[in-house]
Ligand binder design. Structure first.
Ligand code: PLP
Length: 478
């Protein structure tokens, strides 16, 4: 039995729980009745209950291990129950776990300084950091920064396939209408621009050519006043900023060509449009760099971050922005506020995580592990017709599942079956039974988006590839 499960039972006995613990069936019945189903999507029926976690694994009530290849959508980059980060949380719990944000604590200050100093070194720009709790709230804060700096201009560009969160402002710049359909408009939705998704782009163009083509199409908007966004008489665009994910996350881990953002940035600079980079899913070495935008050689005006900065412990998110946008004169005290914004538990863990990233060569480690896994995925692609495309940057990897007759027509149905099979917990490797935790993304919801722990071992990667092979064999046969 897994440690965490045993501990829970011991705790129950110690606290004199006379009644037996509720069974999974009973819990699921309560969930069905009392939990809002609006705050998540269960991909399997019945939804899975987990009881413990360690490193790259989750454990169910029987203690069965499930290798996690999605790590809470990349919020747990450094492995479940990372000892160094957990110890930082415990130290903070024993010292200063609670404090209203009108007062200061050292972790907040040191964390902001570390992020800003790193950005200054990398981008040659002075800046400041602003905290909030969730990714979407930090996106909202960045929208305020932009609209304030651009004197009330409220129109944004964003990408087709982009995802920036589910609050009203964040869903207005997220491409799926599905997230807005029921709620009306609270502000203008973004103008969505095609992202160079090469696997599904026009035939006969290389990846670089397709990226170039996408930028050219975008640039057309500024050709004359009649294209609708540009006043050539005063040299002013109607749009304030372009929101990007350098690698699309929810959109299916789509990796653009290397020159793409430099070309796009040239157009933005010519027309006075800010570049806001959403690193919520791809930041913190998911792709082998602190910020995934570093692969593309462009300077952002602001970076929004969240998720893995606390390794999924106390939530923390935030924005780094250039001094011009965020200095206290232009963005004065009280411009935004949230009670838990720079909470001591979150900032303490995040500070330790930033120090760990500084002390460890994640760049080399992630590049090496990513290359190994990508090779393994390519091998699976050769052996399974339903794998239409695989790609990866660092440990952000994709496996696009398609109909077997052409290895191209997207198949959500097959990928749904894969997730079900993976979670059954009965995949056998070397005589032992495992489950596999997978996440689905993509424009057609047919992409397995792989985000393993950055600390995943070679044995765990081999296990992961074998488990994927088992799952592909099962659904391929059906
Ligand atoms: C790129 C990106 N932006 C924003 C968000 C929203 O973050 P949160 O779910 O913490 O609000 C997410 C979450 O998945 C994301 O992947």
């Amino acid at each position: 039995m897994h440690k965490a499960v045993r501990r829970r039972e011991d705790d129950g006995a110690r606290h004199g729980k006379s009644a037996r613990e509720r069974t999974e069936v009973e819990l699921l019945a309560l969930e069905e009745k009392y939990c809002s189903h609006g705050d998540t999507v269960h991909y399997t029926n019945p939804p899975k209950i987990f009881e413990g976690c360690e490193g790259s694994f989750l454990f169910d009530a029987e203690g069965r291990p499930y290798l996690d290849l999605q790590m809470w959508y990349s919020a747990v980059n450094f492995g479940y129950r990372n000892p160094r980060l957990d110890a930082a949380a415990r130290r903070q719990l024993d010292r200063l776990p609670q404090l209203a944000s009108q007062y200061l604590h050292r972790e907040k200050i040191e964390l902001a300084a570390l992020i800003a100093q790193d950005a200054e070194k990398k981008f040659g720009e002075k800046g400041r950091v602003h905290f909030n709790v969730g990714g979407a709230q930090a996106v909202e804060d960045s929208l305020k920064l932009v609209r304030n700096f651009k004197k009330g201009k409220s129109l944004m560009f964003a990408f087709e396939g982009g995802y920036h969160g589910r609050t009203l402002g964040a869903s207005a710049i997220t491409s799926s209408y599905r997230y807005r359909r029921r709620y009306g408009h609270f502000g203008e939705r973004a103008q969505f621009v095609p992202f160079p998704y090469h696997f599904r782009g026009p035939k006969g163009m290389s990846k670089e050519e397709y990226g170039h083509h996408c930028v050219k199409q975008f640039e057309r908007l500024f050709e004359s006043e009649y294209n609708g966004v540009w006043d050539p008489k005063v040299g002013e665009a109607e749009y304030a900023a372009f929101y990007i994910e350098p690698i699309q996350g929810t959109g299916g881990y789509v990796i653009p060509p290397e020159s793409f953002f430099a070309e796009l940035k040239r157009v933005l600079d010519q027309h006075g449009i800010l570049l806001i980079v959403d690193e919520i899913q791809m930041g913190f070495y998911r792709t082998g760099k602190l910020w995934s935008i570093e692969h593309f050689g462009v300077k952002p005006d602001a970076i929004v971050f969240g998720k893995a900065i606390t390794n999924g412990l106390n939530p923390l998110a935030g924005v780094w922005a250039r001094e011009e946008l965020i200095n206290p004169t232009i963005f004065p005290p009280g411009s935004t506020h949230s009670t838990f914004a720079s909470n001591p538990m979150g900032t303490a863990v995040a500070l330790e995580a930033m120090k760990m990233m500084r002390d460890t060569d994640y760049e080399a480690m992630v590049a090496e592990k990513g290359a190994y896994l990508l090779d393994g995925l390519k091998d699976l692609q050769r052996r399974h017709k339903i794998v239409g495309d695989v790609d990866g940057l660092g440990l952000a990897l994709r496996m696009e599942i398609c109909e077997p007759h052409d290895s191209f027509t997207p198949s959500k149905a097959i990928v749904d079956r894969m997730v079900d099979e993976a979670l059954k917990g009965d995949l056998e490797v070397d005589g032992k039974r495992y489950g596999l935790v997978l996440d689905i993304g993509g424009y057609y919801k047919n992409v397995v988006t792989l985000a393993p722990s950055l600390h995943i071992t070679r044995q765990e990667m081999d296990l992961g590839l074998k488990l994927l092979d088992c799952v592909l064999q099962r659904v391929g046969k059906a």
